[in-house]
Design a protein around this ligand. Structure first.
Ligand SMILES: O=C(CO)COP(=O)(O)O
Length: 160
């Protein structure tokens, strides 16, 4: 499954500790994150994470684009409800897209814990049906997942 991590500054330590605790499980999945969050997790775990831009610089929107392709299976977003964020519209847009596409999302550690146990049990396997029935997009190509190395869709990578 494709799992993304995001944490606001006051929640980063909590998310890092969470990923340390569950890294044995996350190793089996394809991981994404906003820039600073992902780098900090990689510094303190053995996880390999594709880094998007930092949240305030567009990282939330890049994750949103992944969701708009129905290409993300789980978002763990440790949000800080006590500090106003300059890029609040991007955050709202990201969470809205999770609801548009029915993507499981946790905005705090208690919910993240439940979803990670569900992931471990195989409760997310219904997502494979979605991936296997990916719609043909306007270019006539089947939409593909983001290429991990190059940060572009693999269909676009093939054309380059
Ligand atoms: O601001 C964020 C999410 O809205 C997180 O971004 P960083 O991981 O780059 O700090």
């Amino acid at each position: 499954m494709k799992v993304a991590f995001v944490a606001h500054d006051q929640k980063k330590e909590e998310l890092i500790n969470f990923t340390i605790a569950y890294q044995h499980l996350f190793h089996a999945h394809e991981l994404f994150a906003t820039g600073t969050t992902g780098q900090l997790i990689m510094d303190q775990t053995t996880l390999d994470i594709f880094l998007f831009k930092s949240g305030p610089l567009g990282g939330d929107q890049q994750l949103g684009a992944l969701i708009a392709q129905n290409d993300l299976d789980l978002l763990l977003f440790f949000r800080d409800p006590l500090v106003a964020q300059p890029h609040e519209p991007d955050i709202s847009a990201l969470l809205r897209l999770c609801d548009v596409y029915g993507i499981p999302v946790a905005t705090n550690m208690a919910t993240a814990e439940l979803l990670v146990h569900a992931l471990e049990r195989g409760d997310f396997n219904w997502r494979d049906i979605i991936h296997n029935n990916r719609p043909v997009n306007v270019t006539g190509l089947k939409e593909r997942p983001v290429d991990k190395q190059r940060g572009v869709s693999s269909a676009a990578a093939e054309r380059q």
